[in-house]
Design a binder for this molecule. Structure first.
Ligand SMILES: NC(=O)c1ccc[n+]([C@@H]2O[C@H](COP(=O)([O-])OP(=O)(O)OC[C@H]3O[C@@H](n4cnc5c(N)ncnc54)[C@H](OP(=O)(O)O)[C@@H]3O)[C@@H](O)[C@H]2O)c1
Length: 251
C-alpha cells in the first residue's frame, strides 16, 4: 500500500547490514517512514548506529527498532547473526545485504589479505546470511547490493568487483532455489555517494562520464527498493540504479 509516497508495511521487519551510515542509513530511514520495524546492523560505527536508533525510536514510537553488532569478517559472528536476531528481536521478513568494503587494487597487486577482506564481507557473509534466512526465517525478501561495475571487466578494484559479480550470480541461484517462499533480487547503484575520504567534486567528475551526467543520489535506489518490495512476482532480478552507467561511459 502506498501512503504519502511510501510503500507502507505495518508489522514488517527488516534487517539491514551496514545500516548506521550512508546508503544503509537511508534504507533504514526510508523503510521506517514506510511503517517497517528495522534492525540496524553495524560493526565499527557504534555511535552513528546508536544515534540512528534513537532518532528512529523518537520519530516512529509505534514501531520497533534495534541495533546489533557483528564483524562480517568473523565467520562465527556471521554464522550467529540470524539466530541472535531471531532470539533477541523476533521474526523478520526482509534481509538487505548492504554492508561492503570497497578497496582498490589491480589483480597484480592484490594480496591474500585484501582478497579475503573483500570476499568475506561482500560475498561470504551475504551467502551465509541468505542461507540462514532460508533455514531459520523461511519466508520474505532478500535484497543484495551489488554495483554497476559488475558489467565491466575493469580491474582497478579487482577483488571488490569479483565479489559483486559473484553476489549477483548468487542472487539468481538463490532466487531459483528459494522460490516461491523467498524472493531474491539485487540493486546495482552507480555513482551515488563519494567514498568517505573524497568530496562532492570527485563524485561530480565521475558522473560526467555516465549517460545521465549527474550523480543519482539515494532516490533511484529507494525507488528500486520499493519497486522490488511491491512486485510479488519479481525474483532473480537486478535493478540498475546507475543513470545508465551499465550501458557504457561517454568518455
Ligand atoms: N556509495 C556508492 O556510490 C555505491 C556505488 C555502487 C555500489 N554501492 C554499494 O551499495 C552498498 C552501500 O554502499 P555505501 O557506500 O553506503 O557502503 P559503505 O559506506 O562503504 O559501507 C557500508 C557499511 O558496511 C559495513 N562494513 C564494512 N566492513 C564490515 C565488516 N567487517 N563487518 C560488518 N560491517 C562492515 C560498515 O559498517 P560500520 O561502519 O559499522 O563498520 C559500513 O558502514 C554497498 O554494498 C556498495 O558496494 C555503493
Amino acid at each position: 500500500m502506498l501512503k504519502n509516497g511510501y510503500l507502507f508495511c505495518m508489522n514488517s521487519t527488516a534487517l539491514i547490514t551496514g545500516a548506521s551510515k550512508r546508503i544503509g542509513k537511508s534504507l533504514a530511514e526510508h523503510l521506517a517512514a514506510g511503517g517497517w520495524n528495522v534492525i540496524i546492523h553495524f560493526n565499527s560505527s557504534e555511535k552513528p548506529a546508536g544515534e540512528l536508533l534513537s532518532l528512529l525510536k523518537k520519530q516512529y514510537p509505534e514501531q520497533k527498532f534495534e541495533s546489533i553488532k557483528a564483524n562480517l569478517v568473523n565467520s562465527v559472528e556471521v554464522e550467529n547473526l540470524i539466530r541472535i536476531v531471531l532470539n533477541d528481536f523476533g521474526n523478520f521478513n526482509l534481509l538487505i545485504n548492504n554492508a561492503s568494503v570497497f578497496k582498490s587494487g589491480y589483480i597484480f597487486e592484490t594480496g591474500s589479505e585484501l582478497w579475503d577482506s573483500q570476499l568475506s564481507v561482500n560475498l561470504k557473509a551475504p551467502f551465509i546470511l541468505m542461507r540462514d534466512f532460508k533455514n531459520y526465517v523461511g519466508r520474505g525478501n532478500i535484497i543484495n547490493f551489488v554495483d554497476t561495475r559488475i558489467t565491466t571487466n575493469k580491474s582497478d578494484f579487482a577483488a571488490y568487483s569479483v565479489s559483486k559479480k559473484a553476489l549477483w550470480e548468487l542472487t539468481k541461484m538463490a532466487a531459483l532455489e528459494f522460490a516461491p517462499d523467498i524472493r531474491v533480487n539485487a540493486i546495482a547503484p552507480g555513482v551515488t555517494l563519494a567514498p568517505e575520504d573524497k568530496d562532492e567534486n570527485y563524485l561530480n567528475k565521475l558522473a560526467e562520464q555516465i549517460p545521465m551526467r549527474k550523480p543519482g543520489g539515494m532516490e533511484p535506489i529507494l525507488k528500486s527498493l520499493d519497486f522490488i518490495l511491491d512486485n510479488d512476482h519479481l525474483t532473480g532480478q537486478l535493478l540498475f540504479a546507475d543513470g545508465g552507467e551499465n550501458l557504457g561511459k561517454n568518455k
